[in-house]
Design a protein around this ligand. Structure first.
Ligand code: SER
Length: 491
């Protein structure tokens, strides 16, 4: 069953049960200053959950989502992503646990005919009602596992709608995952795949942590389309499904690497395939490379992907833009995506060119910094140094780590994390109010601007280029919005 068909089957199943189909919204949440990105299917429905909007009681969607919380796992496992689609059905003060559980089970085992004996269920430790409802459907007691807050109480960030949840996991068999005899649904390997999360949204978490009961309990469910496709297409990994494999094939074609010969290369292929989907859809939703907020995240994702290509697949030139057409082909039904093909390719191409220039400048700097640490007899590269190389000089952390380790230096990861947290706070604070323009993302790599900010705060400078919508112009009129490039600047 293709992914296109799975989307349709899911939406139709719940439409037949009186749910209104809602199209996917942007990856940039509208009117929600608490979030940088749409990270779950329920995000566009927050006002319904909170009882502020009462115009809808049941909805179903396939929402495009972006999360960076699992970015370190991406490519190393078969199932983690930064960009993914979430299938979800929602009840706003209407039906509750009983229907949510019964329909989820019926959809998987009847509509999709997946074998019921392969499923495992987790429930929140105190949720006797959920245990009773799963038993009523026919689940054997040993297949229903009670777990704690960590895995079975769903919250999105610090505040907002939340509640206990019940997960449906599928046992993919001993051949997938760690292979240990004691492997269970709590193991972090790929064997027990969490397919669907049913959240029983009963509370509105306040800033001080208080769980305020919502006027009426709600249902928020989320099932990863990539994971469902993996199971339905009988693949071992999400990256082998029709949602991702065509991208891997294209990377192989461009780089001529051999697939399934070297785990590092395969991991790089998966990371790039994941990241390019994020870059395309964030650009489609008007996120552009910038040094703060969402644009900063976009830029970091591009750098990670580009560096994987350079380091592991030995590709020196920009290549990510060449993957844009294949990503777009996978999503024929996304409105206006095809139309934006040239534009998205251009943004990605320019930014990658710029990054490669950064690397050409930054790599020697990194080597110097490491050499001087080694010469001084230091054993660790400080968190501040790592952060500066990463944030100011644009070097991916993986690159810094690998080079440092090769020279026998360990890394002050804790210090680096602290610096990152500070940066994220600055980034979040900015996320609510920033406005980006196409022009601000455009950099013309052939121009050289001398940075004089170490000595001067003000200076006289010459305009060496005027850019509008990515193109160079001879002049600009008063009141027109353009980018200017100066021969030198203290900024
Ligand atoms: N909000 C829940 C999740 O993201 C279920 O949709 O898992």
């Amino acid at each position: 069953m293709t992914s296109d068909e799975l989307r349709v089957r899911f939406l139709r199943y719940f439409q037949e049960r009186n749910h209104t189909i809602r199209p996917s919204t942007s990856l940039v949440p509208t009117d929600d200053p608490t979030l940088l990105f749409t990270s779950a299917g329920m995000v566009p429905f927050k006002s319904y959950f909170l009882g502020q909007d009462k115009s809808l009681i049941r909805a179903v969607s396939c929402q495009r989502c972006f999360r960076t919380s699992d970015i370190e796992e991406v490519g190393k496992t078969n199932r983690h992503h930064t960009f993914f689609e979430m299938l979800g059905n929602f009840s706003f003060g209407d039906y509750f646990k009983e229907e949510a559980i019964a329909w989820a089970w019926e959809f998987l085992t009847k509509e999709l005919a997946l074998p019921g004996e392969n499923f495992w269920i987790s429930v929140y430790k105190d949720d006797d009602e959920a245990v009773r409802l799963w038993s009523k459907i026919g689940l054997r007691p040993e297949r229903i596992v009670r777990l704690g807050e960590e895995s079975n109480f769903w919250k999105m960030g610090e505040i907002g709608p939340c509640g206990p949840c019940s997960e449906i996991l599928i046992d993919q068999g001993k051949d997938i995952g760690c292979g240990r005899s004691e492997c269970s649904i709590e193991c972090s390997c790929d064997r027990f795949l969490e397919l669907w999360n049913l959240v029983f949204t009963q509370f509105d978490c306040q800033l001080d942590g208080e769980l305020k009961p919502l006027p009426k309990p709600n249902i928020d469910t989320g099932m990863g389309l990539e994971r469902l496709a993996c199971v339905m297409q009988e693949k071992k990994s999400n990256f082998e499904t029709d949602l991702l494999f065509p991208i891997i094939e294209r990377i192989i074609q461009i780089t001529r690497v051999e697939h399934k010969k070297d785990e590092k290369k395969d991991t790089a292929l998966r990371i790039i395939a994941d990241h390019i989907r994020s870059l395309v859809f964030l650009a489609y939703d008007r996120v552009y490379p910038e040094n703060v907020g969402r644009g900063y995240v976009w830029r970091s994702v591009l750098r990670r992907a580009s560096w994987q290509g350079r380091h592991h697949l030995k590709i020196q030139d920009p290549f990510l833009y060449q993957l844009v057409p294949v990503v777009i082909n996978i999503f024929p039904s996304v409105e206006g995506l095809l139309h934006q093909r040239e534009y998205i390719s251009k943004i990605i191409h320019m930014e990658e060119e710029r990054f490669i220039e950064t690397l050409n400048l930054g790599e020697p700097l990194l080597c110097n910094r490491i050499r001087s640490s080694v010469n001084k007899g230091e054993k660790t590269l400080s968190g501040k140094d790592i952060f500066e190389l990463y944030d100011t000089h644009g070097l991916p952390v993986e690159l810094i780590k690998e080079v440092a380790r090769e020279e026998g230096l360990s890394l002050d990861e804790e210090g680096f994390r602290r610096e990152m947290e500070l940066q994220q706070m600055r980034s979040r604070a900015f996320g609510t109010s920033f406005k980006s323009t196409v022009a601000s993302s455009v950099q013309i790599p052939t121009y050289q601007t001398e940075f004089i900010g170490y000595e001067e705060f003000t200076a006289e400078a010459k305009i060496i280029a005027i850019i509008k919508d990515g193109l160079e112009k001879e002049k600009a009129k008063s009141g027109e919005e353009v980018e200017i490039i100066l021969d030198k600047t203290p900024f």
